[in-house]
Design a protein around this ligand. Structure first.
Ligand code: HPA
Ligand code: ZN
Length: 340
């Protein structure tokens, strides 16, 4: 058997944790068209080919414009149930045994869809996936940084009724012009209410945004963070403190953060001792789920078994799971590595 194919099967079968995933970024083009028709939402596309042709982004903003338009087709509890269930089934196929999913209420609230509607759909799917195949899931309440902090504070209050459903808060959307410090009060209040903390920084934004997320927001984890390499002192800071970076290789290539996968710095970051993890970000928009990311890294960067094992281990270590659950999943990974 061809050695490369054998290793790709091994990568696909390995148990994984996904820590950086926007649920709206899992909406399949086919379901998007189906829901647009059902809910009578006008879109500028008539066919699957037209939707797929629109997936040619040049940067984060051109992607986000399409992404928010896509999510506007979601209207009732059933739509949210299917969105979550479709992704959880992908988790099963990709051997993602634990996932931490970003939910972005500010995408739904302006369409008149309130917490009880989307949360009921999400929770019904999660309960089913837990009981039918033991899927482990945590939710992250993610805020949109292009909107004012005052709006985010109101959403944090609305989420109080669902406090037990979210393990953490996050910060997504356009980095340029929206530095982390804009949300210092939001993070202060969330910390007081017991949320774990993460934020996107250093995807398109400079190293200063990573410092700001760590110092002004006191985050425990950085989403993306790949631009840290522009500042040696920052790399050292991240290494010493073991700050996890949730890196998304296919996303970075599609949004032109790196011109091609062969130039991605993920293995360099790993080599420098950073707590790097692999994630899919917005899989339907960026051309791949978790296993596709690992396989693309293997093909373009020659990812080997020991690097892959370190990345997989980091995924569990960097999760927001309680220690006992982390230990159990790390043991599952060890057993897999010994057997295969
Ligand atoms: N960056 C910022 N915001 C996002 C992304 C991303 O990659 N995906 C969805 N929202
Ligand atoms: Zn993201």
């Amino acid at each position: 058997m061809n050695e490369k194919i054998h290793f790709e099967d091994w990568l696909s079968a390995a148990p994984k944790a996904e820590l950086h995933l926007h649920l709206d970024g899992t909406l399949e083009a086919g379901r998007l068209l189906q829901l647009a028709e059902k809910n009578r939402v006008q879109l500028p596309y008539k066919s699957l080919a037209e939707v797929e042709a629109a997936y040619r982004f040049e940067n984060l903003q051109s992607f986000l414009d399409l992404y928010y338009l896509g999510a506007s087709v979601l209207r009732d509890e059933e739509d949210f149930y299917h969105l979550m269930m479709d992704y959880l089934q992908r988790c099963r196929q990709n051997n993602i045994v634990h996932t931490e999913i970003m939910i972005e209420p500010q995408t739904y609230l302006p369409n008149g869809i309130d917490f009880p509607v989307f949360m009921a759909g999400f929770k019904r799917a999660i309960v089913e996936a837990r009981s039918s195949w033991g899927q482990s899931v945590q939710l992250i309440l993610s805020f949109l940084r292009h909107l004012p902090e005052s709006e985010a504070l109101g959403v944090l209050d609305q989420a109080e009724a669902y406090r037990d459903d979210f393990v953490a808060i996050g910060l997504a959307s356009s980095e340029q012009g929206n530095p982390p410090q804009k949300f210092a009060e939001l993070y202060r209040r969330a910390r007081e209410r017991g949320y774990r903390l993460t934020a996107h920084a250093g995807e398109e934004g400079p190293p200063a945004f990573i410092y700001s997320a760590l110092q002004d927001l006191q985050v425990e984890r950085i989403d993306h963070g790949v631009r840290c390499v522009e500042d040696d002192a920052l790399v050292e800071w991240l290494r010493e403190r073991g700050v996890p970076l949730t890196v998304c290789p296919l996303s970075n290539v599609r949004l032109c953060v790196f011109p091609e996968m062969a130039q991605h710095n993920i293995l360099q970051l790993l080599e420098r001792g950073l707590m790097v993890t692999v994630n899919s970000d917005d899989p339907t928009y960026f051309g791949g789920y978790m296993n596709d990311n690992f396989i693309a890294m293997h093909r373009a960067l020659n990812l080997n078994r020991s690097q892959a094992l370190q990345l997989l281990r980091n995924g569990f270590e960097a999760s927001f799971l309680p220690e006992a659950e982390k230990t159990a999943l790390l043991k599952q990974l060890d057993n897999f590595a010994e057997a295969a």
